[in-house]
Design a protein around this ligand. Structure first.
Ligand code: FES
Length: 114
C-alpha cells in the first residue's frame, strides 16, 4: 500500500529534543510502532524497536531522549542512539541501529515520505 506523503502529525506536536510523536507505520500489511522526534530543528522518524531486542524504547509514551537531550535512549537497558541517524552509540544495541523512516516537514505538517 502506498504511503506517499501521509500525514503523521502537526509540526507543533513534536518538540525540540523532547516529546516525540508515536504513530503506526504500515509495512508488509502490518502496522509497526514508530515515532518521530525533532533534533536540532529537523524531524527524524524510526521504528520504535530497540536494536537489542525488538522492544519499544519509550519508558513513557513519547519520551525518547535521555536527560542530556543529546541521545535517544531505550528505557529497558539503556542503549543509546544518535537522534539524527539512529546509529547505536553504546549499550546493548551493540552496533545495531534504529530503522529509519523517511519523513518531511511541509507547512506545519510532518509527513511520511515513502
Ligand atoms: S531492549 Fe533496549 S537496550 Fe535492551
Amino acid at each position: 500500500m502506498a504511503q506517499a506523503q501521509r500525514l503523521i502529525c502537526r509540526s507543533n506536536e513534536v518538540e525540540e529534543s523532547a516529546q516525540g510523536f508515536r504513530f503506526k507505520f504500515e509495512r508488509f500489511a502490518a502496522e509497526l510502532p514508530a515515532f518521530v522526534i525533532r533534533y536540532q530543528g529537523k524531524v527524524y522518524a524510526y521504528l520504535n524497536q530497540c536494536g537489542h531486542v525488538p522492544a519499544e524504547l519509550d519508558w513513557q509514551p513519547g519520551h525518547f531522549f535521555d536527560d542530556s537531550k543529546l541521545y535517544l535512549i531505550c528505557s529497558i537497558h539503556g542503549a543509546l542512539y544518535a537522534p539524527e541517524s539512529g546509529r547505536c552509540l553504546g549499550g546493548r544495541c551493540q552496533g545495531v541501529g534504529l530503522k529509519a523512516i523517511k519523513v518531511i516537514e511541509i507547512d506545519g505538517d510532518i509527513l511520511l515520505d515513502q
